[in-house]
Design a protein around this ligand. Sequence first.
Ligand code: FES
Length: 538
Amino acid sequence: MPTVIVDGHEIEIGADERLNCIEAARRAGVEIPHYCWHPGLSVVASCRMCLVETGTRDAATGKITMVPKLVPGCQTPARDGTVIVTDSKLVRDSRARVEEALLIDHPIDCSICDKAGECLLQDYHFQHGQPERRTDLNPFHSRRRDVGPTVTLFVDRCIMCTRCVRFTREVSGTAELMVANRGSKEEIDVFPGFPLDNKLSGNVVDLCPVGALGDKDFLYQQRVWFLKREANVCGGCSAGCSIHTEHNQDTVYRLKPRDNPHVNTWWMCDDGRYGWHHLHAPDRLLAPGRAVSASGEREPAEWHDVVTRLRAELEGSRLAVAISPMLTVEEAWMLCAVARSIDPRAALHLGHVPVRGEDERFPAGFTIRAEKCPNRRGVEAVLRLYEEELRGWDDLVRTVADGGVDAAWVTAGYPGPWIDDAGAAPFDRLRTLVVQDLFDSALGKRATWLLPAAGFAERAGTWVNVAHRAQTFDAAIRPPAGVWPEGRLYWNMLGRRGLYDPHAVRRQIAESSTTLAVLGGEIPPVGVDLRVEQLAGG
Ligand code: FES
């Protein structure tokens, strides 16, 4: 096995691995500070913060020969016999000088900077900077420049790492950002009339190691040290990007991509990034209601009433159920069980699958999917346990229109409008219609029972993405008061005791199905993927 020596500790690396010194040192638990390097971008080695001493150890004699100068760790490959020294006086002095140079012109405006608390300039100054400033403090400027609809640039905070410029050239392929001027006058800018306006633009804010690029949606909304983060999955499309939901007091403030080499690497799209506001929309459904007149008047109901009355009202009906691709695998499985316990011949259908345009693929491979739901594959896998043939939303509407059923239970939970009056008209003829949704709709107006649904950050369970990769997650926030997540309702309707426990349901699913057995294994920490390709074949 190739061996690298980091600060005297030997670590083994894979024979085919192409690591630089930063990555090799990380394996040894040593963090080499860096600004301009990012694993998803080309290497420019311009900030010089990662300078280290390196050398080689002769395999035969064990003699170490050091390079007589510091080298950038980001640009220097770590091979068999590479020696890396990260804590010598030479290295420490170099880091302190880089920090000093960066801070000479940097505005000391941390108290009003959105990045404070997660700023590498701050962190590295405390870890590697000099205790005293050797220059006068200049009055600072904080010029702000609007570079696009989602991003603002605080020009004087920039340390010219150029991560953002490389991102727009290499990942989004849009190249809106550039370096204007030269030498000490260098600045990030856009060409007049060509703003930073692409579907991945929010990633440049994540990439910025200091507070130069600000996300307009998050700017001055919350200090980052108040935020808690939960490893979640984006529900915006079938890509199922791994994300962190950052929240405080049951309010989401921002979504950030979570590194996942199998799904989204380091990125997420702006549709997903800013696609959480509906969770806190004032017109969300907040309590169950039962229609009391044909004109759509409803009386509020208690959830415990819903559990008993719903079953009683549906019993004896020919029932069709639409299982929304916004539900988790666990919720879908329980809903199927509830439906079949009410009507053993209940027709189980995949719910409405929203599709918008075509898949959008970017130069570095990141793809925004046209299918705007996160768990079609998971719901299909569950349906295959119950039905010989997969049937979709259109089949259900046809069955309802033909009078094949006299009751329907439609789960939705889409973040926006999804059905119009014409689409909902066939449901007029049903005796009982149950609708579970985030917002009222043309279908909701026809519902006998209209039940509130949970949003993506309020659910726990498993989603299976377009590549048949299952990701398990916990709820980040609690739903608004009065809302039961779907899983809780089904859990109670199945007569299960105690609080809804998606882990228990997952274990039960795995025991009852060979195709879904993989979900029952030792579930790794939240957010780690389980490869479940066999779901594809049923
Ligand atoms: Fe290596 Fe910037 S991270 S020079």
